[in-house]
Design a protein around this ligand. Structure first.
Ligand code: ATP
Ligand code: MG
Length: 240
């Protein structure tokens, strides 16, 4: 589904990702965990074509991605739900969902999907005509995920859906993600600092530190503590 091979990228002269490789198989949820500043959001920016890779290749469903515009990437079936649950605060909840479907032309299907999403989330359905900025943090995260889903993606990129949310809201968001994954079979690349939550959702987990993948395992084979123990590891020191 997605193959990232030897990708390097950064900002100006500062390289942040150093020859990073990973794969997401069809129907798989891969979690990428790691400390602040590791390069997790930078990786998602490269995949969504907001940031140029200086080296390496990215293949999505068999074809290179690195010449596509960000809009073309969405059309090809990859959607990003960015960090910080960004919604358009002055637009209504419903208008935010409509915006997520901008690349599509199947009007009636879009309307039906928006209704289905709102039906699944009564808390935001009640506020469908209110400005999105008035929703709670958890509700805004649910809305941001819904907006990404409205482009009908086969791969969803999620950047820290738990960030800044109270534990009860984190649980709600993850319950929602679980049923989404189960009902659609969508592939997910989840970036998350909350390893416990990531392990509840993912099939496979990787640790990104300092722009490199230093650890990878099947979720069923590891504990959160084991994953966390790799957080401050760097290449070459893995078994020191
Ligand atoms: N627009 C930018 N310009 C310059 N440097 C940046 C920019 N965005 C990020 N960086 C730097 O790149 C590095 C990786 O940042 P990135 O946002 O990818 O980290 P992250 O793993 O997502 O961290 P967090 O968990 O805090 O979100 C950091 O050192 C950061 O300061
Ligand atoms: Mg980030």
């Amino acid at each position: 589904m997605l193959e990232v091979k030897d990708v390097s990228a950064g900002y100006g002269v500062t390289e942040v990702l150093h020859s990073l490789s990973l794969r997401v198989e069809p129907g798989e949820v891969l979690a990428v965990c790691g400390p602040n500043g590791a390069g997790k959001s930078t990786l998602l920016k490269v995949l969504s074509r907001q940031l140029r890779a200086t080296e390496g290749s990215v293949t999505f469903q068999g074809d290179s991605l690195l010449k596509d515009s960000p809009a073309r990437v969405v059309e090809r079936g990859m959607a990003l739900c960015p960090e910080g649950r960004r919604v358009f605060p002055r637009m209504t909840t419903e208008a935010n969902l409509q915006l997520g479907a901008y690349s599509r032309k199947d009007r009636s299907a879009i309307d039906a999907e928006i209704e289905a999403y709102l039906d699944a989330w009564p808390v935001i359905k009640r506020r469908r005509s209110s400005p999105a900025g008035l929703l709670s943090g958890g509700e805004q995260q649910i809305l941001a995920i819904g907006r990404a889903m409205m482009s009908n993606p086969s791969l969803l990129l999620l950047d820290e859906p738990s960030l800044g949310l109270a534990p009860v809201l984190i649980d709600q968001v993850y319950e929602g993600l679980k049923s989404l994954v189960q009902s659609t079979g969508i592939s997910v690349l989840l970036v998350e600092q909350n390893v416990v939550k990531a392990l509840e959702l993912c099939d496979r987990i990787a640790v990104l530190t300092d722009g490199e993948i230093v650890f990878e395992a099947d979720a069923a084979d590891v504990t959160a503590d084991e994953v966390g123990s790799h957080y401050f590891e760097h290449h070459g020191e893995a078994h020191a």
